[in-house]
Design a protein around this ligand. Structure first.
Ligand code: HEM
Length: 335
């Protein structure tokens, strides 16, 4: 009891602070000797946690990149991380040094659950024979089931029709289309795997969408745990040294002087190199068919009294739009 009174308490507090500062100093020495790229000075114990706005990570990283350069360091607690920004540096890391940067940090929950390397799936798996085998298997299975083929296009077109019907049912109202879009995407995967789709009210489909959403959030929570290298794809998609109007939707970015489509090397929403998205052909097909179908059938507007959708993303995997409302009105034929 005596120990917790007055001077005893003070001595204990001072001892604890000195102990923490010493441990912190040991970690800092490791950082100094390892010669990390520049970055903001980390706080003892917390690292740079208070210097980044977790609710708007892309903007925080954007400001840091302008201050410290395209490759800079941050510390999450005592864990050092290197953030890579803009086309040139990202290409160098993902493509030129692809072999050295294709690994993924161990996932603590996998260890706790005793998940074996062969059961880690593709996205989070370490770069090794198990990942290679799972990736090859996934690509060939997706192809067998129709990825990149006409048969899948029919499923996606059919689903786009159902999506349009769901929009029609709520035409003229202020809606958040997220749930409908997620159900349509889940149905495409269901078409691939089960060769059938589900009605949007079907409890099974609703459960599936919820599970996918939850698992994605979990993943984003675990990624930073062991991550030392963070590839900031947003900084490539909005690279001011590459795009004419980097912060605007500007279709001319992808058109030549004659109005023909041109590919742009900085357009890499599916990443690049060995760990690039393997579902890209399917995702592109879905985006094209869903968008064209919706835009042909409806005029979209911001409902009266609602703000314009924000261009800031919600920082998860993948980055998602912040909630927004829109109003879809059925187009008159020929307009
Ligand atoms: C618009 C939709 C999509 C976007 C923007 C997207 C984006 C990405 C990105 C940026 C990565 C790299 C992640 C990393 O570096 O760790 C990735 C990986 C991956 N994506 Fe996608 N993706 C999309 C749709 C899909 C679909 C439809 C599938 C499945 C059919 C899929 C399956 C995968 C897999 C399995 C990986 C891990 C690849 C590996 O680590 O080897 N994605 N995706």
């Amino acid at each position: 009891m005596e120990l917790l009174n007055g001077t005893g308490l003070w001595s204990m507090a001072i001892f604890t602070v000195i102990f923490i500062l010493l441990v912190d100093l040991m970690h800092r020495r490791h950082r100094w000797t390892s010669r990390y790229p520049p970055g903001p000075v980390p706080w003892p114990v917390l690292g740079n946690l208070l210097q980044v706005d977790l609710s708007n990570m892309p903007y925080s990283l954007y400001k840091l990149q302008h201050r410290y350069g395209d490759v800079f360091s941050l510390q999450k607690g005592w864990k050092p991380m290197v953030i890579v920004n803009r086309l040139k540096a990202v290409q160098e890391v993902l493509v030129t040094h692809g072999e050295d940067t294709a690994d993924r940090p161990p996932v603590p929950i996998f260890k706790c659950l005793g998940v074996k390397p062969r059961s880690q799936g593709v996205i989070l798996a370490s770069y090794g024979p198990e990942w290679r085998e799972q990736r090859r298997f996934s690509v060939s299975t997706l192809r067998t089931f129709g990825m990149g083929k006409k048969s899948l296009e029919e499923w996606v077109t059919k689903e786009a029709g159902h999506l349009c019907d769901a929009f029609t049912a709520q035409a003229g109202q202020s809606i958040n289309p997220k749930a409908m879009l997620n159900k349509a995407l889940c149905n495409v995967i269901a078409s691939l795997i089960f060769a059938r789709r589900f009605e949007y009210e079907d409890p099974y489909l609703i459960r599936m969408v919820k599970l996918v959403e939850e698992s994605l959030t979990e993943v984003s929570g675990f990624i930073p745990e062991g991550t030392t290298l963070i590839i900031n794809l947003s900084s490539v998609l909005k690279d001011e040294t590459v795009w004419e109007k980097p912060h605007r939707f500007h279709p001319e970015h992808f058109l030549d002087a004659q109005g023909n489509f041109v590919k742009h090397e900085a357009f890499m929403p599916f990443s690049a190199g060995r760990r690039a998205c393997l579902g890209e052909p399917l995702a592109r097909m879905e985006l094209f068919l869903f968008f064209t179908c919706l835009l042909q059938r409806f005029s979209f507007s911001v409902p009266v009294g609602q703000p314009r959708p924000s261009t800031h993303g919600f920082f998860a995997f993948p980055v998602a739009p912040l909630p927004y409302q829109l109003c879809a009105v059925v187009r008159e034929q020929g307009l």
